[in-house]
Design a protein around this ligand. Structure first.
Ligand code: GLC
Length: 415
């Protein structure tokens, strides 16, 4: 390695440190699409809420008119940050500009932004950055760098604009970059710029990444700035939406996920996953080495839907007891077990019992270390459970019943 690649690697390791510990973050999809909330001209538009402009091929002039109606007077940055904090989430990523092109921040590059085009007139990103600073939660921005259905040179809108006439490099240089500069200058430290959909060419992707890192060396660049396989473009790999890989994945990665079936608010999507399912997904992802970025889609009034708030609060309650088995851990040493999953720290193994067995015991496959002591994480006395080795592993006798029916965590001290 040359000195330069050493330095690049060092900078990357440095900016990844908090993220590797953090494991659980909040995604927020909020924009004009919260007004139609999945319905356009009286008809339900299928698909995810923030894609309504595209799915219904809404002309720019018609969609723009939503801005005059956007007045989320119930928005309270401190409340939102508290929801994230109580859930045990360590960072927030909010849509600064989604594919519809509407800017949820104060920008000089277009009047099509929340401060200039709406009766609300406030900059929610600014308010969130202040609330996050106070609560020591990190804040990052989703920014759609490729698709922009409002800007004539952004990609994706072929019903208002002729795709042949688009000048995408001009859009990148004269619009995307100056906006990124605003986001990386006016809001304090930015945890991540969450690019999406992929930049058309690897050169453009690398160029955007370097631009971000020059402005804020500590800001992470998400996997979808370019194809993750292109070694070294992004800081970490982004899985597909709601995608959980079948087994352990090496390297840094994240699963962005929904609580119901949409990112942006839809009035009629009530398909909420249960708290138990969400905790299992968190454990599953962390047991395979990943981070979980779980989405909320606030309404046009500025509130996070109650079903989301309730579930997040319950996740936070579980994490208050069991957080040690999540934060700062790495993937467990063995693959999916019938009874559950495992996460690890250098001197401890966490056995997450997701399906309590009738047999009263679990079998832990042999791995390269020896188990010294086993106790339930929720037991303040750390009273040891009985265990014995047998061929190919260790058998642990469980307490009479599950301490938490969703996930009872055992700690195995290892040598
Ligand atoms: C997809 C969608 C987008 C959403 C994102 C979240 O790429 O295009 O609407 O923001 O997934 O992961």
């Amino acid at each position: 390695m040359t000195e330069q690649t050493d330095r690049i690697q060092e900078a990357h390791e440095k900016r990844m440190a908090w993220w590797r510990e953090a494991k659980f973050g909040m995604f927020i999809h909020w924009g004009l699409y919260a007004i139609p909330a999945g319905v356009w001209k009286g008809k339900r538009v299928p698909g995810i809420g923030e894609w309504i402009m595209y799915r219904a091929r809404i002309p720019v002039r018609e969609y723009e008119a939503l801005a005059k109606r956007f007045n989320p007077v119930k928005f309270n940055a401190e409340e939102w940050v508290k929801v994230a904090k109580d859930a045990g989430m360590r960072w927030i990523v909010i849509t600064a500009k989604h594919h519809d092109g509407f800017c949820m921040f104060d920008t000089k590059l277009t009047d099509y932004n929340i401060v200039k085009a709406t009766p609300f007139k406030r900059d929610p990103l600014k308010e969130l950055s202040e609330a996050c600073k106070k609560e020591k939660i990190k804040l990052g921005f989703y920014y759609s760098q490729t698709l922009d259905w409002h800007h004539p040179d952004g990609l994706g809108n072929d019903w208002d604009y002729d795709p042949e006439k688009k000048n995408f490099s001009k859009y990148l240089e004269e619009y995307v970059k100056p906006q990124l500069r605003e986001l990386l200058t006016n809001y304090g430290p930015v945890a991540v710029i969450w690019f999406d959909i992929m930049t058309p060419t690897p050169e453009q992707a690398r160029n955007l990444r370097d631009f971000v890192h020059e402005l804020q060396p500590e800001t992470l660049v998400s996997g979808r700035v370019g194809p993750w396989r292109e070694v070294g473009i992004a800081d970490y790999r982004e899985m597909g939406d709601n995608e959980i890989p079948p087994g352990k994945v090496e390297g840094d990665w994240e699963t962005p996920a929904t609580i119901n079936d949409t990112w942006g608010f839809k009035s009629y999507d009530h398909n909420w996953k249960s708290t138990g399912v969400l905790i299992h997904k968190l454990v599953e992802i962390v047991s395979k080495g990943g981070n979980y970025l779980l989405n909320v889609g606030p309404t046009a009034e500025g509130t996070i839907p109650k079903p989301s708030v309730d579930r997040l609060r319950e996740m936070g309650e579980w994490l208050k007891v069991n957080g040690e088995s999540i934060y700062g851990t790495t993937a467990g040493p063995f693959p999916e077990m019938e009874w559950g999953r495992s996460t690890a720290k250098p001197d401890k193994l966490y056995l997450h019992i997701l399906a309590w067995p009738d047999t009263g015991q679990i079998e832990v496959p042999a791995f390269d270390r020896e188990i010294k002591k086993v106790y339930p994480l929720a037991d303040p006395d750390r009273k040891s459970l009985k265990f014995r080795s047998k061929e190919g592993g260790t058998v642990i006798d469980l307490p009479e019943k599950a301490i938490d029916p969703v996930d009872t965590v055992l700690v195995a001290e290892i040598e």
